[in-house]
Write a protein of this length. Structure first.
Length: 245
């Protein structure tokens, strides 16, 4: 059987639960993907998602431009404007916190990366925030500031994106994406607004990787196959997002 481009909710759940067990050990196969916790819905047992809290540094404009001397003018424009309607991060306290989640998308039937980002100006609840319906401390920062954090791989973002608005990161004309790369929507488990990477191109990318790397027949009952699928998805995600911190 050929490797599938999508996963069912049950397959996603089993893959994630197995991943967290291996991820908590000393397995080198998952280095670079960060540490995650499987969190179940309070009342619906078949609903769950991977969660974690992490922090990142927000770069000032000079630091952002110095990452690569070959930044194009379009790249400079991408990081030029900021939305003053959200909190401004004091660069003396330039650490921002990411509340991250990987949840199954019911329309595209693939994992999707969701996140909220706040400054460090108030009390920080950590993972407990996920149990308090995201009653997190700190103030939200603008998307223009978010994409200037060290969480984002700048070369990939510049290759794929043409501009940042208050509500989305728009794909470049050379990109095959039909939707904004990053936009805001309700989290499928928590029901609260989150930024998320649009999953429309995910299935094709994962299937291509599995076609070259899966050296056994696909069997959804084998946890090794499900883990390989999830690892391939994470490999796609980490071309744009640094999950190692």
């Amino acid at each position: 059987m050929d490797s599938p481009a999508t996963l069912s909710r049950d397959e996603f759940n089993r893959a994630c639960q197995a991943f967290t067990q291996l991820n908590s050990g000393a397995s080198g196969n998952y280095d670079g993907f960060g540490s995650w916790t499987w969190t179940e819905h309070k009342t619906i047992p078949v609903w769950g998602h991977l969660t974690r809290t992490s922090f990142s540094k927000i770069l000032n404009k000079e630091e952002a431009m110095s990452v690569d001397d070959a930044f194009s003018e379009a790249g400079r424009e991408l990081f030029e404007d900021e939305d003053d309607s959200c909190a401004h991060v004091d660069h003396q306290e330039d650490r921002v916190y990411f509340y991250e989640s990987i949840a199954w998308h019911p329309t595209y039937m693939v994992p999707t990366y969701y996140f909220q980002t706040v400054d460090s100006g108030r009390l920080f609840f950590g993972h407990a925030a996920l149990k308090l319906k995201h009653a997190i401390g700190g103030s939200p920062i603008s998307l223009a500031q978010i994409v200037r954090t060290t969480r984002f791989r700048r070369r990939t973002l510049l290759d794929m994106a043409v501009g940042v608005t208050a509500y989305s990161v728009q794909p470049s004309e050379s990109s095959s994406a039909q939707f904004p790369l990053i936009s805001q929507g309700d989290h499928p488990i928590l029901g609260t607004p989150h930024w998320y990477f649009h999953p429309c191109e995910t299935a094709a990318a994962v299937r291509e990787i599995l076609g070259h790397s899966l050296n056994t027949a696909w069997d959804p009952n084998r946890i090794e196959c499900l883990l390989r699928w999830l690892k391939s998805w994470l490999a796609v995600l980490t071309t744009a997002i640094d999950l190692s911190s």
